[in-house]
Write a protein that binds this ligand. Structure first.
Ligand SMILES: Cc1cc2nc3c(=O)[nH]c(=O)nc-3n(C[C@H](O)[C@H](O)[C@H](O)COP(=O)(O)OP(=O)(O)OC[C@H]3O[C@@H](n4cnc5c(N)ncnc54)[C@H](O)[C@@H]3O)c2cc1C
Length: 337
């Protein structure tokens, strides 16, 4: 285990924002994780788990504790009857895994191409895009409990993957070390999502998983800022799920509002549409941070922006949505530490 002190976290996040970690450990093995748990306990410091830093905002003051960056690598395939199981280290880049699966001609995660971050972070968040989510293929995750050091395998049912959440998100003691995904030989393309359907109508070949992944990456390149130029953590807020009554009253005010009925009778609303058409907030800026012109759910930070600026903008947006539309919105991006 290699331990460093006062390591600046901003370069390890896609927001490019935030102060330093008092202690920083890059874990390349389960042993590194176990040693880090013991070290944090011995020194009486909190332990914070970092993946690819693409769904977090690090405070300007940094993190007064141990930051454990999960970098366990490796991708292996196993036959399981007619299916194939993929087992990946939690620190593998998600997009590398998408390519490894696509190269084998297996369908299931090609619509999730181009999402930054690690396999562990993707599981915590149950990433989703273009009509697919990680839950569709999730089989199990291997974990270490940060308080007891106990190893456990969490299966599909207990993992409780749901819209941008999971058991792991709500049980911070679990450190994911590896994730298994199941791919069926009967897998088929899922190109019903409007952007992909349009690409097919335009004549793009979308027969193989690698074709779809390429099309998804091209679509995403037009929707997100270039991360080397500006900082972002993708969609900052979740799409709100509201009562049918509230959805009906909003539809009466805004007949074009896209709505998605949920199994429990509630209705998911397209927050980007509301920010743009109901509140005219597309491109709205607070100092060096703004809602992205091409997708207002995305908060973008110019070089030099601070976590404080992002917090101020996010609070302002949430207040406007509450006051003018009567909707309480939740953040997708997490304040780290
Ligand atoms: C440009 C851009 C586009 C994006 N598009 C999408 C999208 O289309 N769909 C989508 O769902 N998300 C999207 N995201 C959000 C983000 O990429 C995902 O949530 C990603 O899976 C986060 O993974 P990470 O490794 O970066 O996690 P981090 O940001 O490092 O961590 C996120 C959380 O997971 C925890 N965590 C990370 N690794 C582990 C582990 N091994 N064990 C336990 N806990 C862990 C951390 O403690 C933290 O709480 C986007 C982000 C960006 C910047």
């Amino acid at each position: 285990m290699i331990l460093q002190e006062n390591v600046l976290l901003a370069p390890l996040t896609t927001f490019h924002i935030g102060g330093s970690a008092r202690i920083f450990i890059a874990a390349r093995s389960e042993k590194d994780i176990e040693d880090a748990i013991v070290l944090a306990r011995t020194r009486g410091l909190p332990l914070h788990v970092l993946g690819g830093g693409s769904n977090i905002l690090v405070p300007d003051a940094g993190v007064d504790g141990v930051v454990l960056r999960i970098q366990l690598a490796g991708v292996a395939f196993q036959n399981d009857g007619a299916d194939t199981l993929l087992v990946a280290g939690a620190g593998e880049l998600w997009d590398t895994v998408v390519d490894a699966v696509g190269t084998r001609g297996m369908f299931g995660i090609e619509n999730l191409a181009g999402i930054p971050g690690t396999v562990g972070g993707a599981t915590v968040q149950n990433i989703g895009a273009y009509g697919a989510e990680l839950a569709d293929v999730f089989e199990y995750a291997d974990t270490i409990d940060r308080t007891t050091g106990v190893h456990a395998r969490i299966g599909k049912k207990d993992a409780a993957l749901a819209y941008r959440t999971s058991f792991f998100k709500n049980n911070r003691n679990c450190i994911i070390t590896a994730v298994a995904l199941r791919f069926s030989s009967a897998g088929a393309p899922n190109i019903s999502y409007p952007d992909l359907a349009r690409a097919r109508s335009a004549g793009e070949p979308l027969a193989a998983p690698a074709d779809i992944a390429r099309a998804v990456r091209a679509i995403r390149a037009k929707k997100f800022p270039r991360n080397d130029a500006e900082g972002t953590a993708g969609s900052f807020f979740k799409n709100p799920v509201v009562s049918r009554e509230l959805a009906d009253s909003l539809r009466a005010r805004f007949p074009d509002l896209p709505t998605f009925p949920q199994e429990d009778g509630r209705v998911k609303l397209a927050l980007a549409w509301l920010l743009d058409h109901a509140l005219s907030l597309k491109g709205y800026a607070g100092g060096p941070v703004r809602l992205y012109e091409k997708q207002p759910l995305v908060v973008v930070a110019r070089a030099g922006a601070r976590a404080h600026d992002v917090e101020a903008l996010a609070r302002h947006i949430a207040e406007r949505v509450q006051k003018e539309l009567g909707i309480g919105i939740e953040r997708e991006v997490e304040l780290f530490g």
